[in-house]
Structures are given as structure tokens and as C-alpha cells.
Design a protein around this ligand. Structure first.
Ligand SMILES: Cc1cc2nc3c(=O)[nH]c(=O)nc-3n(C[C@H](O)[C@H](O)[C@H](O)COP(=O)(O)OP(=O)(O)OC[C@H]3O[C@@H](n4cnc5c(N)ncnc54)[C@H](O)[C@@H]3O)c2cc1C
Length: 392
């Protein structure tokens, strides 16, 4: 069995105190009601986004020497967790936060200046495009192709479910620079490109997805989109490492959102369970309900510890893959348990949108499926941590 890295919980707690306080400053200004209004109208929460930029919170993970606010994934997940604890769902924070990871790590100084700096203040936003209609979970089977030309690359293909594509200025696109049929191993020949969302040849088609986020999802068509050589991040065909760096960060942010939003659901459930007395005593005193809430809390807490463990490993440059996958698996399951417990607690009122409980369910349930389904995470743990044979 592969060794899992050690972890110092105290050093994590000392790193996140200031971030949590700054994030609470945002949640005091922007309420869940504000977020509901944005979600219900599919309106980008520009005011909250700008406030995050003004406080320097969008500069997290970027060293101060490069104009950022410093910190790493530990600080970024702490921010995402606090926002979600107040019911604030800001997928663009995740998309920009993890989308820029490969550009920061593998891009040139010019790419940093042009594509990353404007995101540190909130002036520009990034989205991330990997999923394709036919290949779905099997990203290595993607067919979107960037062909080399005299001027750079020509990008043709389709991506689906791309969140916030119409709100973002640029899209980090994972594409093949060699077809799967032309490489020795299917993990080869993948490259990362930064594409302007309004570039000629890019078409966005909104999808009718019900998930409780302010951003819509899009089917994105690339029709011979002309890309200058400086749109390629790192070396051609070597995009896989950058992609996994980004995806590990994404898994941690998903865990943070699940844990935060799960705690938000629990908080509502506890308030209701202390107040509601159909038989004369609070329903929260009934163990069938109380234990369900208590178990959800314990599981959220376990996922949270795993999340910070993985984030600290990521920041130290260690191999965070196993723990990032476990954190996303445990966090998403715990988030669903929490919202299920909150639904049970609210009885029939759970289904009244004005109680804002059923409205939390799609976001939390989605996290078991996207950005990667939990079956694939179990496959990863089975194969790479336990050393079992591959099943698919
Ligand atoms: C709201 C929303 C936002 C999204 N945002 C983005 C985005 O911004 N960018 C982006 O690139 N993508 C995005 N996605 C796509 C998302 O990551 C995919 O939907 C997800 O990876 C699953 O792919 P699929 O839907 O094609 O499922 P499929 O690959 O068709 O899988 C369907 C189901 O089959 C099972 N399954 C599949 N393969 C295996 C296996 N090997 N072993 C066991 N079980 C398996 C799983 O239960 C899975 O849920 C988003 C999706 C949604 C719904």
C-alpha cells in the first residue's frame, strides 16, 4: 500500500485565521438572500466578486513577490469554506482559482503577466474546459484537436457543461495536439491552451441545467479558432501534469464547498429542530433525528481534516493526489448527508423553496458527480492506494 504523507494540523490552523476573518467580512456584506437572487436570475455575483478582489482574496495562491496575496491551497480552501458556510456559492472563485494553477506553475513570465495578473484583482475571470460530450468521464478519449499551423495552432472541437463560459474572459482548454490514435499511451499528446471566450470561432450555447449556481453551463464549439503560440501553456503534448495539478486543486475546492454548504444546511436544521415542537418538545430531542444530524457533522469534520491535509501537502509540493481525491469523496458524501438530514428535519417545509433547504440539494448532490464522479475516485483509491487491478 502506498504511504500517505504526514500532516501538521496546528500549522494549518495558524495559517487560516486571518483568511477566515477576511472571508467573514465578505459574508457579512453579501448574504444568502443576495446569492439566491443571483442564482434565481442566473446573474453573476459581480458585487461579491469585486469585493473579494478589493480585499486581495482573489490574489491568494500567488506569491506577494509576483503581486499576489501569498498563501496557497490551504488559504484558498479556507476562503471557499467560509463563503459556503454562509450559503455563498461562487463557482467562479474555484474556476479561476484552479484554472490558473497550470499557468502559474508551467507558463512563461509573459503568460503570467497577461493571463494571470488581471485575475488577481478580479478584473478578469477564467473558466476551465475539459469535458466533452462523447468522452465524458474518460477525458483521455477527448477529440478536441489543436493542429499546428505556420502562425500557431488551430483549435477545433466541442466541450460541454462549461460553467461560467459567458461570464469568463478566458477559458483554459485541455485539447489534444496529437490524436489518441497517434500516441503510444493515451495519456500523451494532451496540451493546455488559454483561449479568449470571445475569440472568432468560439460559440457558446447555454444549457438548461438546474444546479443552484449563479453561473450557467455551456456547450462550447471551437471552429478553427486561431491561437498564437503564446496561448500554449508549457510544452506541447505535456499538458497532463498541469491538468492534474489543476484538478487536485479543484477537488479540494469542491470539498471546501461541500463541507461549508453542508455546515450551512446543518445550521439551518439545528435552528429548526430546536424550535419545532409538533408533540410539545423540540424535534431535535428525538434521537432518530439528532443522531442523523450528529453523524453528518462528524463526517463533515472528518472530510475537512482530510481536505486541509491534502491542501498542505499540495502547498509543500508533495504528492497530494490520494488525499485530494479522498477529501473530495468524503466531503461530497458528507455534504449530501448533511442536506439530507436538513431535509428530513424540515419535514414538508423542506420542499418550500422559501425555506432554502431543497434549494441547497442540487449543488451538494452534484458534487458526488462533478467535476469527477465518486466512482472514479474509488477506482483511483482502489488502484493507486490499495494496488488493486483496473476495472475499466
Ligand atoms: C453543473 C455542472 C458544472 C460543470 N462544470 C464543468 C466545467 O466547468 N468544466 C468542465 O470541463 N466540465 C464541467 N462539468 C462536467 C462534469 O465534470 C461531468 O459531468 C462529469 O465529469 C461526468 O461526466 P459525464 O456527465 O459525461 O458522465 P459519464 O462519463 O457519462 O458517467 C456517468 C456515470 O457513470 C458512472 N461511471 C462513468 N465512468 C465510470 C467508471 N470508469 N467506473 C465506475 N463508474 C463510472 C458514474 O456514476 C457517472 O456519474 C460540469 C457538470 C455539471 C453538471
Amino acid at each position: 500500500m502506498s504511504a500517505l504523507p504526514d500532516f501538521d494540523q496546528n500549522s494549518v490552523e495558524s495559517r487560516i485565521g486571518d483568511i477566515r476573518e477576511a472571508a467573514r467580512g465578505i459574508t457579512e456584506r453579501f448574504s444568502r438572500e443576495y446569492m439566491r437572487e443571483c442564482i434565481d436570475n442566473h446573474r453573476f455575483p459581480q458585487e461579491a466578486w469585486e469585493a473579494l478582489g478589493e480585499c486581495g482574496l482573489l490574489g491568494l495562491t500567488i506569491p506577494e513577490s509576483m503581486g499576489g496575496s501569498g498563501g496557497g491551497q490551504v488559504e484558498l480552501v479556507a476562503l471557499a469554506e467560509v463563503l459556503a458556510e454562509a450559503g455563498l456559492i461562487l463557482p467562479m472563485l474555484f474556476l479561476t482559482g484552479f484554472g490558473r494553477v497550470p499557468v502559474i506553475k508551467n507558463g512563461s513570465p509573459e503568460q503570467f503577466e497577461r493571463f494571470i495578473k488581471p485575475t488577481m484583482t478580479g478584473k478578469e475571470k477564467l473558466c476551465f474546459a475539459i469535458t466533452e460530450p462523447d468522452s465524458g468521464t474518460n477525458s483521455f478519449a477527448m477529440s478536441t484537436l489543436a493542429t499546428q499551423t505556420a502562425e500557431g495552432y488551430s483549435l477545433t472541437g466541442r466541450k460541454v457543461f462549461i460553467s461560467g463560459a459567458a461570464d469568463a474572459d478566458r477559458m483554459v482548454v485541455v485539447a489534444r495536439t496529437q490524436k489518441a490514435s497517434e500516441v503510444e499511451h493515451r495519456t500523451q499528446g494532451m496540451s493546455l491552451f488559454v483561449v479568449d471566450t470571445n475569440a472568432p470561432g468560439v460559440e457558446l450555447q447555454p444549457l438548461n441545467i438546474e444546479v443552484g449556481w449563479p453561473e450557467k453551463q455551456y456547450l462550447v464549439f471551437f471552429d478553427e479558432v486561431q491561437l498564437a503560440p503564446d496561448r500554449l501553456v508549457g510544452d506541447p503534448g505535456q499538458g497532463l501534469a498541469g491538468m492534474f495539478e489543476a484538478l487536485n486543486s479543484e477537488r479540494l475546492l469542491v470539498c471546501a464547498m461541500s463541507v461549508g454548504l453542508g455546515n450551512y444546511a446543518l445550521k439551518k436544521a439545528v435552528a429548526y429542530a430546536n424550535d419545532r415542537k409538533p408533540f410539545g418538545q423540540p424535534i431535535g430531542s428525538y434521537q432518530a433525528l439528532q443522531h442523523r444530524l450528529a453523524l453528518a457533522k462528524a463526517e463533515l469534520e472528518a472530510a475537512r481534516l482530510m481536505m486541509f491535509q491534502a491542501a498542505a501537502t499540495f502547498d509543500e509540493g508533495g504528492n497530494a493526489g490520494a488525499h485530494a481525491n479522498m477529501a473530495k469523496l468524503l466531503g461530497s458524501r458528507a455534504g449530501v448527508k448533511a442536506v439530507e438530514a436538513a431535509l428530513q428535519t424540515h419535514g414538508g417545509y423542506a420542499f418550500d423553496r422559501d425555506y432554502d433547504v431543497v434549494t441547497l440539494w442540487p449543488s451538494l448532490r452534484l458534487m458526488e458527480i462533478a467535476p469527477i464522479n465518486n466512482e472514479m475516485l474509488l477506482n483511483y483509491i482502489g488502484e493507486h492506494v490499495l494496488g488493486l487491478p483496473k476495472s475499466y
